[in-house]
Design a protein around this ligand. Structure first.
Ligand SMILES: [Zn+2]
Length: 263
């Protein structure tokens, strides 16, 4: 039985029903019933928290979080761009080393920087959707509003590049029932990650140290191209992968998927 939102909610519902039956029966121990009810609720809330927070659990929606562990290939992904000061320079660095990456772009920022979006695509990188606003309140939105954000971003990219985007990375990596519904309605594939670099909150040295100690075959690494330290980090990462015979490939190559709809 898979650990997901539907199964966990069903089990919680059944347990709640049994507790209720005991509660209304005569001779029942009310302290025991309350204790069991509190424990069951706490476990359920814990499951909801981790299920929403850890995209790799596939609790609310099925995300692709990594590639094949048997090949010496990894993918690098950049969220929260395009950034007018950093993304173009990052593209230059990637080009110098013939490396393809994936950029999960924010709709609002695409509108402000369409030329960078063209550059990302022209240089052979993959483009994905990372919502329109990336608002801090994104995860409190209704499925309808999330759907609108996804569609609006897709429309903007289509206007610039003529591409129908299929890949979506949830803002903050948070998933919930509303997002699951919005993704289903927009027919988007959620892409998670297997290695969070924590590039925005750590120094270059600590970020690289973390990656070196955790990197495995088939990993998808999460980075941010609004991070001023990113070029230094990527330079270091490339050195490390070259030394260890690890190939950095585009996400469609690692996962054997089509990132755009045929039109
Ligand atoms: Zn983000």
């Amino acid at each position: 039985m898979a650990f997901n939102y539907k199964n966990t909610s069903l089990i919680y519902l059944v347990i709640s029903f049994i507790i209720l039956l005991f509660a209304i029966s005569k001779n029942s121990n009310s302290y025991l019933i309350i204790t069991v009810a509190i424990i069951a609720s706490a476990l359920y809330l814990t499951a909801l928290f981790f299920g929403s927070y850890l995209i790799q659990l596939n609790f609310h929606t099925k995300s692709i979080n990594r590639g094949n562990k048997n090949t010496k290939k990894i993918s690098i992904t950049f969220d929260d761009g395009p950034n007018p000061n950093i993304t173009s320079k990052l593209i230059e660095t990637l080009e110098k080393h013939h490396i393809k990456a994936t950029f999960f772009l924010i709709g609002e920022k695409i509108e402000q920087n369409p030329e960078i979006v063209k550059l990302i695509f022209e240089k052979g990188h993959t483009i994905g959707n990372h919502s329109f606003t990336h608002s801090n309140l994104f995860d409190l939105k209704t499925a309808k509003k999330m759907f609108y954000e996804i569609e609006k971003t897709n429309e903007i990219i289509f206007k610039i590049l003529g591409l129908k985007i299929k890949l979506f990375r949830p803002p903050f990596g948070i998933t919930n029932p509303m997002l699951a519904k919005a993704l289903k309605n927009s027919k988007m594939q959620s892409i998670g990650w297997s290695l969070r670099s924590l590039d925005t909150i750590r120094t270059v040295e600590k970020t690289i140290k973390n990656i070196k100690s955790k990197l495995k075959n088939g990993d998808i690494i999460l980075f941010h191209d609004n991070n001023p330290k990113i070029i230094e980090i990527i330079d270091e990462l490339i050195l490390f992968t070259q030394k260890n015979g690890i190939e950095i490939v585009g996400i469609e190559n690692l996962l054997n998927i089509e990132p755009y709809e045929n039109i």
